[in-house]
Write a protein that binds this ligand. Structure first.
Ligand code: FCB
Length: 494
């Protein structure tokens, strides 16, 4: 598959000192037994699409105009055939744990019925390889690849899909629970509901507030049903959780006071849809009144008596994915549309791009991680938190790529990714020192991969992947993360 990057960055080569400095980030405060890991997801890396059922992302990729570089994930990183090499990379990295997802259409091609032995066998092999390498598997049951057959029934806006998810989750947990102790039901259900059914930026590509609202409820219901079923059969050492991506909305830094005030109602509305909807339901057993009132016309007969009790199951940990704060400014200042808006948010735009942003256009706001975690521990009952994703996309400069030519072996310098990692880990440790109960950190991502509607134009990997040959080449951030993990372990044991 020929892949062209949108543009090449121009970062100067990394100085060796930067790696040393990374090991000197103040990580005091992280608790003993802190889990270091790297994360991926099935659709983004696996390939071997002909060996599984179709998902909504396969369909979406075929629709003209959906994927920036017109690519798909038929091959992706070809991880199904290269998992041995990928586990070896994880072992070199020195992580305690690997967060991956199970492709629902690989183990249950139509979303119901018996599990597929051949599909399950791939995860058997992967788990055996991980355990032999001393790496703890952390499995996500749903990272966005809904079987197309269930979308044909209406997808997440239909209540029956929650039942199907619970059946699938309980069956996979029963099949693999002898080797996987850490489980996550859903990844970022806000994205599944609001990008999948509200804005159309993700599969299945619907743009309808009512569908998104119903999906938002049924995703949570499916999570609750799944968790209850898994809990009933889980041994005591299993740890069951969910992964959310709370939206850290705030006014852009440079706004004058009157404009800060102007965007405030939108901050509240978006915070309700993106953060409180999920955390209130999961941790408090209620929906936030303001958000529920705004969505009520779409939820008649959808939210039934007892549903919130099902949703609010005891969790062993809360997975939090954090990339960036979302900075808002009045529409009069321009910028891209952020998320599907109800009323107030129609008046604002997200600040995207600029010198302090990744190639995704996401501003680099490390202290936002500390602030977000502080808020979760202040506003909700005590819960162990794991950072299940954090990372950044950058282009490799031409100069950096030359560094790894055979004549000059060594990692590909990626100083911007190293700096991002360093700043976010410092913020995470600061949160821990302020009393947040944080138990682990997973870097996104082990490998460059299929970045959803961006195709292969965005590179998040600690390891660069050549999508023409499949070759993997570690970047300096891989070396830096490895050094830091080792230094933290040495420090916490001394
Ligand atoms: C998160 C997704 C993950 C990846 C990163 C960049 O929202 O969970 O799959 O795409 O963003």
């Amino acid at each position: 598959m020929a892949v062209t990057e949108a543009s090449e960055g121009d970062h100067p080569p990394i100085e060796p000192a930067a790696v040393t400095e990374l090991a000197e980030v103040d990580l005091s405060g992280l608790p003993p037994g802190f889990v270091w890991g790297a994360a991926t997801s099935a659709y983004q890396i696996e390939g071997a699409a002909d060996e599984r059922g179709q998902s909504i992302w396969d369909t979406y990729c075929r629709e003209p105009g959906r994927i920036k570089d017109r690519s798909d994930a038929t091959v992706a990183c070809d991880h199904v055939h290269r998992y041995v090499e990928d586990v070896a990379l994880l072992r070199t990295l020195g992580v305690d744990a690997y967060r991956f997802s199970i492709a629902w259409p690989r183990v249950q091609p139509t979303g119901q019925g018996a599990l597929d032995a051949k599909g399950l066998a791939f995860y058997d092999r992967l788990l055996d390889e991980l355990l032999a390498a001393g790496i703890e598997p952390w499995a996500t049951l749903y990272h966005w690849d809904l079987p197309q057959a269930l979308q044909n029934l209406g997808g997440w806006p239909v209540r029956e899909v929650a039942d199907r998810f619970a059946d699938y989750a309980v069956a996979v947990h029963a099949a693999l629970g002898d080797r996987v102790r850490s489980w996550m039901t859903l990844n970022e259900p806000w994205c599944s509901a609001w990008l999948g059914y509200g804005s159309g930026e993700h599969a299945p590509g619907a743009a309808d507030v009512g569908l998104a609202a119903r999906a938002a409820h049924h995703l949570l219901l499916g999570h609750g049903q799944a968790l209850a079923g898994m809990r009933a059969q889980a041994p005591a050492d299993h740890s069951l959780g969910i992964v959310v991506n709370p939206g850290a909305y705030r006014a852009a830094d440079s706004l004058p006071p009157n404009e800060v005030e102007e965007v405030q109602p939108a901050v509240t509305e978006l915070d309700g849809l993106h953060t409180r909807w999920w955390l209130d339901a999961l941790l408090l057993g209620t929906y936030p009144a303001d958000t529920y009132a705004a969505l009520a016309p779409h939820l008649q007969g959808i939210v039934q008596d007892g549903d919130l009790d099902v949703i609010c199951q005891p969790l062993d940990f809360l997975g939090v994915n954090y990339y960036s704060d979302v900075l808002l400014q009045p529409r009069s200042r321009g910028g891209a549309v952020p998320v599907p808006a109800l009323t107030e948010a129609a008046g604002v735009r997200v600040v995207s791009g600029g010198p302090e942003s990744t190639t995704m256009g996401w501003p680099v706001t490390p202290d936002g991680l500390r602030v977000l975690l502080g808020r979760i521990s202040r506003d909700y009952p005590p819960i162990p938190v794991v950072i299940t994703e954090n990372g950044s996309a950058w282009h490799d400069s031409r100069a950096a790529l030359q560094v790894r030519e055979p004549a000059l072996p060594g990692p590909i310098p990626d100083p911007a990714r190293v700096a991002y990692l360093r700043a976010h880990l410092a913020a995470l440790a600061a949160a821990a020192r302020q009393g947040v109960d944080v138990r682990g950190y997973f870097a996104w991502s082990l490998l460059d991969n299929f970045e959803w509607s961006h195709g292969y134009t965005q590179r998040f990997g600690l390891v660069r992947v050549d999508f023409d040959t499949g070759d993997r080449r570690p970047r300096s951030s891989f070396e830096a993360f490895r050094a830091l993990i080792a230094a933290q372990r040495a420090g916490s044991s001394s």
